[in-house]
Write a protein that binds this ligand. Structure first.
Ligand code: ATP
Ligand code: MG
Length: 427
């Protein structure tokens, strides 16, 4: 091989190597440009598709760039935005925006329209410097916050309402607690006083018995009358003591199968029925598991209350009915009725409108009925009459279930209804 050939081969090798290196560099720079273009293409795409309006302003507030959302917001048609002065877009609220060169970013809330048409925008501004010589540029991002604000207002209203409701519940529960404490104190006192009064009452009864025996041997009418008066009052005092003790004692029920109709007849026969009151007894021969002794107290109080409500006479209709849950017994009188203002009061112990009443009757009745897992409720119409209904379940809830049910809470869930027309057919 000649030296010329050797030089030629070396030159070609160098040339080939240079080509390979150049190609590699070219490929790399093509790929860099391609990537950059792709990236900026993605950015442009995101910017264009954004729901927020984006505008770039120069230091004279002239729009140098913007996205489609900005065009939609500021220009109803194909009006060009680029090159226009931002402050001259014709929107009042735009004038409220101030750009401070010392603030890198700031945000502001702007409201547009009124009432139903009001829209809320959050405007964020960002300042930056760019290029050579340095140009001061501002970017505005305008976010439509209307839906967010409406949702926030909605939830704020809901929360406010709920907190008002909770405040009401707390106030009601506090009232009930205070009432329960008051009753517990009355109960304790009643138990002590009641117990102590029983003894002198028994002694007076004994003395009356002795005097009666003596009087049969020759006392005058006036003395006999006075003796009867003392005995009557001893009996009444005994009832007061029994009521007090009944109310303050724990309720212990001894349940046995009882025919409701028979218990009612037994109750009727143990009290004096006024001559001017007619009784219609339509109660069925239903049998339930109840404490007959306690339920008789309930029935007697219902009957006596009805008689008291009909001083001029009237009719007392007793009915019963059956539902899948249990049975109901109603006492419907044609008496004076109960005024609306005292509808809630009548259940409270010591509330009475009677000269010789203690006001323990309904409180005790409700306690006994609820103790059976039942309910006691009333409908009344002033001047026409009142219906008290005792409902007793076939399958009473356990005490713990009753507490969960909330119906045992003092004074809380007694159903009190107001009937426009008294309707005896309650079932
Ligand atoms: N059938 C009714 N018609 C009209 N008002 C009634 C009737 N039943 C009860 N009330 C009213 O409810 C009040 C409370 O009754 P409750 O039985 O608790 O006590 P009372 O009858 O006044 O006294 P107590 O029963 O202790 O002797 C009565 O004073 C009366 O005003
Ligand atoms: Mg009574």
């Amino acid at each position: 091989m000649t030296s010329t050939q050797s030089i030629l081969i070396a030159a070609m090798t160098v040339l080939l190597l240079s080509i390979v290196i150049l190609r590699d560099r070219l490929e790399r720079s093509i790929s860099r440009v391609y990537n950059t273009r792709q990236k900026s293409g993605v950015r442009d795409y995101i910017l264009e598709e954004m729901r927020d309006a984006v505008l770039v302003l120069d230091d004279e507030n002239k729009i140098v760039d913007h996205n489609q959302a900005a065009l939609n917001l500021f220009s109803s048609g194909s009006m060009e935005l680029a090159g226009r002065k931002f402050d001259e877009l014709g929107f009042e609220w735009v004038k409220d925006l101030t750009f401070r060169s010392d603030e890198i970013t700031s945000s502001k809330e702007v409201k547009l329209g009124e009432g139903e048409n009001e829209r809320v925008y959050e405007v964020q501004t960002m300042n930056f410097e760019k290029g050579s010589p340095l140009t001061f540029l501002k970017t505005l991002i305008i976010k439509d916050m209307t839906v967010h604000r409406r949702a926030r207002t909605y939830w704020e209203t809901q929360l406010r309402r709920y907190s008002e409701y909770l405040k009401g519940v707390i106030a009601e529960r506090t009232k009930q607690l205070k009432e329960a404490e008051r009753l517990a104190a009355i109960g304790e006192l009643a138990a002590m006083v009641g117990h102590d009064i029983r003894n002198p009452l028994t002694a007076i009864s004994g003395a009356c018995y002795y005097l009666r025996k003596r009087s049969s041997l020759g006392a005058d009418d006036r003395s006999r009358e006075m003796l009867e008066f003392i005995e009557g009052n001893v009996e009444y005092s005994n009832k007061i003591v029994s009521d007090l003790l009944e109310y303050s004692r724990d309720l212990k029920l001894n349940k046995t199968p009882v025919v409701i109709k028979e218990l009612l007849e037994d109750s009727l026969s143990s009290i004096e029925i006024p001559r001017n009151v007619q009784i219609i007894n339509e109660v069925d021969e239903e049998e339930v598991e109840i404490d007959g002794h306690h339920m008789k107290r309930v029935f007697i109080n219902m009957l006596k209350n009805a008689f008291d409500a009909m001083p001029e006479g009237g009719t007392l209709t007793l009915t019963s009915g059956r539902s899948p849950q249990g049975i109901k017994v109603s006492f419907a009188d044609t008496g004076v009725g109960i005024p609306d203002e005292i509808m809630e009061e009548i259940w409270k112990p010591l509330f009475t409108t009677k000269a010789k009443g203690m006001g323990f009757g309904l409180a005790i009745c409700r306690r006994i009925v609820k103790g059976h897992g039942g309910e006691l409720y009333v409908v009344s119409q002033l001047g026409k009459g009142t219906i008290f209904t005792v409902s007793l379940p076939f399958f009473p809830m356990s005490p713990s279930e009753q507490v969960l049910d909330g119906s045992m809470l003092s004074g809380s869930l007694t159903i009190i209804e107001k009937a426009d027309d008294l309707n005896l057919d309650l079932f």
